[in-house]
Design a binder for this molecule. Structure first.
Ligand code: AMP
Ligand code: GLY
Length: 428
């Protein structure tokens, strides 16, 4: 099978690493990829939303499977574009239809979906320019902290947790009146703040059957001790100690099964990953958000722990045999730590040469996934805020973290920073 993978982050490097272990994978192409993915296939200089160029590449390279890493092409309808084209509709697209991708593409849609299907989530209301006075009153009467969310995609910046009413009112006006995120903040969801520990759970579904393929805890803040600005994710650990059989059962019974059944009932076509962003509130899972893709850096710990052939799973998802698939996991813990550019998540410089340790000094149970890199001759340069994700296995989380830190100690680039406390709640 020839596979085209869309994306250029650590998630895609991990997907490339995992998919090329399958004997079903003949040739892998990555658009646009990064310096790391180039070791597993051919990078194509095509943007993930350039549907015409993607379609042409699928014809040229006789692609049988399109695996979509990031959300943007899904929310823009790449699945539907392939379905509608008789020369491309034989290609297995791993990702939901445009209508179903609204689970991530519209916060209001996902909240309404959860209400329709009795899926636990924070209480909320939604407002537009037409209901701005109502929105202001809603904020004034709401307990603090209060959460404001731009309805549409906002590059991970559309959520504000306001500690004061004044801050919430200012953010609300900035989103709706100031059009802070353009069309994405024409509608704003305001919801109750949930107190608890976050966990990300991943399922693969064809709209009928589903399998949980892993879970992880993401560390989103830039600073040690979960302080400072939010980022795309500074590190992840898996498995998460509180994800025991009882919590997992509640998650399946109250959330995952109801979501898959809801999609089917509403005729929302879904052949891909569902990312359940959950809060563990006193032992009960509550949905914070859905994403229609794998997480980054969650993928960099989830796929190393997944022993099942991922390409075979995608084929099973397509041919109706997903239910029969056996999912097995590596019993070891995995931890990934992101090395980021100085200044991230604010402004940062690119094109800094990266020094790597010689291959023989990298422990065999550690992997360096590239997140934002480019190749320039023999040199690998930084090419993003998040640059590398170093994943290690360990007997427990603390061991895995320590090993990733020892690999990071041998890597350098100007301005490099990483959190040295990933997994801090799980000391042994
Ligand atoms: P989202 O884009 O919806 O994932 O939100 C980004 C981050 O904001 C989440 O990962 C949480 O850390 C936080 N967050 C979102 N909604 C809530 C909520 N209702 N209560 C507490 N934290 C939240
Ligand atoms: N790490 C969070 C995300 O991928 O959305």
């Amino acid at each position: 099978m020839n596979i085209l993978l869309l994306g250029s982050g650590g998630r895609e490097h991990a997907l490339a690493w995992k998919m090329t272990q399958s004997h079903h994978c003949d040739q892998l192409f990555i658009a646009p990829g990064n310096a790391g993915t180039a070791a597993f296939g051919n990078n194509l200089n095509i943007a993930v939303t350039d549907f015409d160029a993607i379609k042409a590449a699928c014809v040229t390279h006789q692609i049988n499977m399109l695996v979509v890493g990031p959300e943007e092409p899904l929310v823009k309808g790449i699945y539907d574009v392939f379905q509608a084209d008789p020369s491309l509709n034989h290609i297995i697209v791993v990702g939901p239809s445009k209508a179903a991708a609204q689970l991530e593409g519209s916060k209001a849609f996902s909240k309404q979906f959860m209400q329709r299907h009795g899926i636990p989530t924070a209480a909320y209301a939604e407002f537009t320019a037409d209901s701005i006075e109502e929105g202001r009153r809603y904020i004034q009467n709401h307990p603090l902290p209060i959460v404001l969310k731009a309805d549409g995609l906002a590059a991970g910046k559309g959520v504000v947790i306001a500690a004061t009413t004044a801050e919430a009112l200012a953010c609300f006006d900035e989103m709706i009146v100031g059009k802070q995120f353009g069309a994405a903040s024409e509608k704003v969801v305001i919801e109750a703040f949930l107190e608890g520990i976050e966990v990300s759970v991943f399922a693969l579904t064809n709209g009928e059957a589903y399998h949980i393929i892993g879970h992880a805890k993401d560390y989103k803040r830039i600073g040690v001790g979960d302080t400072g600005l939010n980022t795309g994710g500074m590190g992840c650990v898996s498995p998460v100690p509180f994800m025991d059989a009882a919590f997992m059962k509640k998650t399946e019974d109250r959330i995952i099964r109801k979501t898959v059944e809801g999609l089917a009932k509403e005729g929302l076509e879904y052949h891909g990953f569902i990312f359940f962003g959950l809060m563990n509130v006193n032992g009960d899972p509550i949905v914070i958000e859905y994403n229609c893709r794998l997480g980054d850096p969650e993928t960099e710990v989830v796929l190393p722990r997944l022993q099942t052939d991922l390409v075979a799973l995608f084929a099973a998802m397509d041919n109706g045999t997903l239910e029969d698939a056996n999912i097995s996991f590596d019993e070891r813990s995995a931890a990934t730590i992101m090395a980021v550019s100085g200044g991230y998540p604010g402004s940062y410089e690119k094109n800094k040469p990266i020094q790597f340790p010689p291959k023989e000094l990298i422990p065999k149970d550690s992997m360096i996934f590239h997140a934002g890199t480019s190749q320039a001759g023999d040199a690998v340069l930084t090419n993003g805020g998040r640059v590398l994700a170093v994943t290690s296995y360990g007997g427990n989380i603390a061991e895995a973290v320590e090993q990733s830190k020892s690999v990071l100690a041998q890597i350098s680039f100007e301005g490099m920073y990483f959190r040295n406390d990933i997994g801090f709640e799980f000391p042994c």
